[in-house]
Design a protein around this ligand. Structure first.
Ligand code: OAD
Length: 250
């Protein structure tokens, strides 16, 4: 795969790289995205499944949906794009991986430090006493689980519509976006805020912004480059190019 001279120069000398990923990076693993063609939000209503009021109204329905998504995620494996980003973390000293995904595939691919803006579907917590549950399963996959300490309802540790992102995690992501010289935005429609602010933060601080996506997005007109195609092909090629540029054979 051939990259522009500008991108190659940035890959060679970037001292700080920040990456933002979205559902598209996991699409080739078999995890459905939210928007576009077969996106989850075409079939399911976020207002019935991904907000706190809906959960209180009908916790069993919400848990049935999360049990289904947990099952999908547990049955798939990270793809070459996840693996390449785990490799990139080892090659660049100041590297930050920020994800909107709750699927845990970055960690399963070997990434050590992941800023999870929207939480992680494998974790849950009690809404009454806040006890954490690393991996809870709803009984019979369709009844909301209850806390074994206080009997309160357990919810998935994910950010729902109308809820704040974990503020410390987002602050760290903002700092990384502001100080990086190369920002890679991979497999996200870049329409959900505040995550979608991070590319602008990077741009405003002088970073080179590269988008990798199956199609053009709201971000494309502002990106320095939009590389159209599959993350599973393009991301490993970028990481390979960076490795080769920094370790030339004699
Ligand atoms: P979206 O479903 O909005 O966007 C997925 C993007 O991935 C689209 O732009 C696709 O073109 C692109 N894409 C699909 N397959 C790809 C591939 N193989 N390689 C590269 N790109 C590909 O997902 P997000 O932007 O992640 O929030 O959505 C953001 C948030 O909206 C999610 O975190 C979720 C959702 O509501 C919460 O749950 C809080």
């Amino acid at each position: 795969m051939k990259f522009s001279d500008k991108l190659l120069a940035r890959l060679r000398r970037a001292e700080s790289i920040c990456v933002l990923t979205g559902a598209g990076i996991s699409a080739e693993s078999g995890v459905p995205t939210f928007r576009g063609g077969d996106g989850l939000w075409k079939k399911f209503k976020p207002e019935e499944l991904a907000n706190f009021d809906a959960f209180i109204r009908n916790p069993d329905v919400v848990w049935e949906w999360y049990a289904y998504r947990k099952k999908v995620i547990q049955e798939v494996v990270p793809n070459p794009a996840h693996v390449a980003l785990a490799e990139l973390e080892k090659l660049v000293t100041d590297f930050t991986l920020v994800t909107q995904n709750v699927d845990n595939l970055h960690r399963r691919a070997g990434s050590m430090r992941v800023l999870e803006l929207h939480g992680n579907i494998e974790r849950s917590y009690c809404i009454s006493c806040r006890k954490k549950f690393p991996d809870v399963k709803p009984p019979d996959n369709r009844t909301a689980p209850r806390c074994d300490t206080c009997g309160g309802l357990i919810r998935p540790d994910v950010v729902w519509f109308g809820e704040l992102l974990p503020q410390d995690v987002f602050a760290e992501a903002e700092k990384a976006a502001a100080r990086c010289d190369l920002f890679l935005c991979i497999g996200t429609s870049a329409v959900v805020y505040p995550a979608a602010m991070l590319p602008s933060t990077a741009l405003n601080h002088g970073a080179y912004l590269v988008e990798i996506n199956a199609e053009y997005t709201d971000l494309s007109s502002r990106a320095h480059e939009s590389l159209l195609g599959k993350a599973g092909t393009i991301v490993p090629a970028i990481v390979q190019a960076l490795h080769t540029l920094r370790n030339p054979t004699p």
